[in-house]
Ligand binder design. Structure first.
Ligand code: BG6
Length: 489
């Protein structure tokens, strides 16, 4: 099966933070792929902007190096064509210099779509938007893309959203959560709402519990400065993991329209039961890695990497929560994420209830529960674990086997990176996979009391050795309910 590519309308894309890590690792390689696939129309331009003075030619060289280090098997002619779309204008968020040049570069043409991609820290979102407005660059077809983290708590998120909202209307603001652009995350919607099979079972009568794990083998790498002000709860749970939870738990939307989907996600966020202070220690475990091993060899602990022995920032968090609705009454959702865990794996496990009565007797072996495993990465795919008769003679013995749907093998296509898909959605004007302001605010409303509790309760995070599945308390958290983390389902 081949991937379909639908060309988009003519656009100019301005990348703020054009020389930064995100631009080099994700945005430029992603845009190159889209161009290579013929999706970007002739005449579309990508204009890099940052503080550094640089010519167009120098920016093209930087982009070429970035693309070559992130993309395999490059066609030189296609790369040349892509680089000729790139331009560069130096402008600083806090100074007026450079902005008239950027305005002149964009020109008078209001028929083109304009995308302003803010690949910079959130403290610059307001100042950049303000200058875009003041210099008259915001046309009716303009859109702004903002990266997470949007704030470090509810109040700071409101301030950022207010500043951006003064210049752009909500329908022009694209708050990226790149997990929503992952292939399997969208497949979760297809699985739930394009099949009649699961919906009747998708509730507390048949589902025992849900686990969402996003495990990384990497440490904080060169981002310790940012990471230490965030920690795993803000960096991963407030956005990526709660968004995944929403897609698992939401009611069927009436359509795939942006607001229809986002209304349903919002209801889930609103229905998340607050974790009461007296239950915090029981339902939430935070950890911090010590020296240990990664798949590449020995690695230092977080505090050594950071050079600050006092830091209480968590690099791991596991928690148990519930969605207070009829559908999910008393179904535990276990969420877990961490750095320096034994393998890089992100998956959602939906564990169904046991059969009500076992007719097979001891000799047949245990009757395990059905389990649907939605694997986001690596090896994207879906597995449905079923009980079958162990084939061959020897009487009735049962086996738990997966019905395996590995997308890479089944479709033989390169899955676009989440950023590729999401940038093209911005150009198309499709906000379905972007977070609305009220979603961000409601997610913070649930997270803020946890952060407050941690601030006032000075218990340090529990240590875990790099290369293990986090503190032992995380195992105890789920085993208290008689359940077990699925390490590699
Ligand atoms: C980012 C976090 O949003 O997501 C990082 O800030 C994390 O800390 C990354 O490593 C994980 O993304 P992915 O796509 O590699 O799973």
């Amino acid at each position: 099966m081949t991937a379909r590519t639908i060309p988009v309308d003519l656009f100019d894309l301005v990348i703020f933070g054009a020389t930064g890590d995100l631009a080099q690792r994700k945005l430029l390689p992603g845009l190159f792929h889209r161009d290579e696939q013929g999706q970007i129309p002739p005449g579309a331009r990508i204009i890099g902007t940052s503080r550094r003075a640089m010519s167009d030619a120098e920016y093209r060289t930087l982009a070429e190096t970035a693309i070559k280090s992130h993309v395999k098997d490059i066609n030189a002619e296609k790369l040349g064509g892509f680089l000729s779309r790139l331009f560069y204008v130096a402008a600083e968020a806090s100074k007026d210099e450079g902005w008239p040049k950027l305005d002149a570069k964009l020109g008078e043409d209001q028929s083109r779509i304009r995308v302003f991609y803010l690949a910079v820290g959130p403290d610059l979102f307001g100042p950049i938007c303000e200058r875009l407005g003041r210099h008259g660059m915001v046309t009716p077809k303009s859109r702004v893309v903002v990266e997470k983290p949007i704030g470090k708590d509810g109040a700071s998120a409101e301030a950022i959203n207010d500043a951006v909202g003064k210049v752009f209307k909500e329908s022009s603001i694209y708050r990226i959560d790149h997990y929503l652009g992952k292939e399997t995350v969208q497949n979760l919607m297809a699985l739930r709402f394009a099949n009649a099979l699961f919906e009747p079972l998708w509730n507390s009568r048949f589902i025992d519990h849900v686990q969402i794990t996003v495990a990384e083998t990497l440490g904080v790498e060169g981002r310790a400065g940012y990471y230490d002000t965030a920690g795993a709860l803000r960096d991963m749970v407030q956005n990526h993991i709660l968004q995944l939870l929403c897609l698992v738990a939401m009611e069927p939307p009436t359509s795939l329209d942006a607001d229809a989907v986002r209304d349903e996600k919002l209801k889930v966020l609103k229905a998340l039961k607050p974790i009461q202070p007296e239950r915090m220690d029981q339902f939430i475990v935070r950890g911090q890695y010590m020296a240990g091993a990664s798949p590449e060899g020995p690695v230092p602990g977080y505090l050594d990497e950071l050079g600050n022995a006092q830091s209480m920032t968590e690099t791991f968090v596991a928690l148990r929560c519930e969605v207070g609705t009829w559908r999910w009454n008393s179904v535990p959702f276990y969420l877990r994420t961490g750095k320096r865990l034994p393998s890089r794996v992100s998956e959602i496990v939906v564990e169904f209830k046991p059969v009500p009565h076992n007719i097979f007797g001891r000799a047949a072996g245990p009757v395990s529960q059905n389990r649907l495993v939605i694997r986001l990465q690596p090896d994207e795919g879906v597995k449905l674990w079923l009980m079958i008769k162990d084939p061959g003679p020897g009487g009735m013995r049962l086996a738990h086997v997966p019905l395996d749907m590995s997308f890479a093998q089944a479709f033989n296509v390169r899955n676009p990176d989440a950023y590729e898909r999401l940038i093209m959605d911005v150009v198309r004007g499709n906000q379905t996979l972007f977070m609305r302001r009220d979603e961000v605010a409601t997610a913070w409303k649930w997270i803020d009391p946890i952060l407050d509790y941690w601030k006032t309760n000075a218990e340090p995070p529990r240590s875990y050795t790099a290369g293990t599945w986090g503190p032992a308390a995380s195992v105890a958290l789920i085993e208290r309910d008689g359940n077990t983390w699925q390490e590699s389902a």
